[in-house]
Design a protein around this ligand. Structure first.
Ligand SMILES: [Zn+2]
Length: 286
């Protein structure tokens, strides 16, 4: 051996992970940690923004018109970053494993659409997606990009300076309170006036039962459950780990830092996804 030395990317547990995913029909459960390399922060991970930023709640959004207006003003500015975010090597590795026939399903807690942008298909978006809006009055689902065109037309001069550059996981950025009155929100076109909400599950909101059932079905038929980039803090993801463990389906967790599911995991890889997943795909999907 000589010349250029490749960095030692292999963590010991990678062999076990390779064997598990190599068995096929692995169901992926992904969380915010998969998208941090794409510039979308994690509320709860090592660089979690929960300390400085209180996420929007269902209660505030639906009951407080001012809170809703604040969200949309901030989301209007944050949309540039969400729409411009690119999938990273981790997303592409998952897509490659899916195309190789080894991944039987993808359930994501992320609302950024980056699995799909990375080439994955049939992604079950547990918490919805920021690329759509839903009307709180008539239920009409519409494109967020189309809303952006309308918002730009209604807000030609609204270009406030964000408090900081970082977009929040809900797709909004921090804005000074003083600029909010300068923002004009538009309403649902389908019913002519219903308030719009991003088609995502906010804190304090429940995931639609049929979506949960579909995810349980996927997990129940899986040969393994592979958790990627989630600390499993909220029950909305953790319950699938509990179900798999109860059914005797092996669980692998790849996450930098501890998770709530560690005791249930058969394989635990504590390393950055950006290192582990490309290596896994190189072993299995080439
Ligand atoms: Zn409507």
């Amino acid at each position: 051996m000589g010349g250029v030395t490749a960095p030692p990317t292999v963590v010991p547990e990678l062999d076990e992970l390779t064997a598990l995913v190599g068995n096929g029909n692995a169901v992926v459960l992904s969380g915010a940690g998969l998208s941090t390399d794409s510039g979308i922060p994690d509320y709860r991970g090592a660089t979690g923004s929960l300390r400085r930023h209180t996420p929007m709640t269902w209660q505030t959004f639906t009951r407080d018109p001012r809170g809703r207006h604040r969200y949309w003003a901030r989301s209007f500015v944050g949309w540039r970053q969400i729409a411009g975010a690119e999938p990273n090597d981790g997303h592409r590795a998952v897509a490659a494993l899916q195309q190789a026939g080894l991944v039987g399903g993808i359930v994501t807690q992320n609302v950024d659409g980056l699995h799909q942008a990375g080439g994955a298909t049939d992604v079950l978006e547990l918490h919805g997606g920021l690329d759509r809006t839903v009307c709180l009055q008539c239920g009409d689902v519409a494109s967020r990009a189309a809303l952006d065109v309308r918002l730009r037309a209604a807000n030609p001069g609204f270009r406030p300076e964000p408090v900081d550059d970082e977009v929040n996981p809900d797709g909004d950025v921090e804005l000074p309170e003083s600029v909010l009155d300068g923002f004009v929100m538009v309403d649902c076109l389908a019913c002519g006036g219903g308030p719009l909400k991003p088609d995502v599950v906010f804190f304090g909101e429940t995931v639609p039962p049929e979506r949960v059932a579909a995810a349980y079905d996927l997990v129940g038929c899986a040969r393994s459950l592979v958790v990627l980039g989630s600390s499993l803090t909220v029950m909305s993801g953790y319950r699938f780990v509990l179900r798999a463990a109860k059914d005797g389906i092996p669980v692998a967790i790849v996450n930098a830092g501890p998770t709530r599911g560690d005791e249930k995991a058969d394989v635990r890889v504590d390393a950055p996804l950006g290192r582990v997943l490309p290596e896994l795909a190189a072993r299995l999907a080439r």
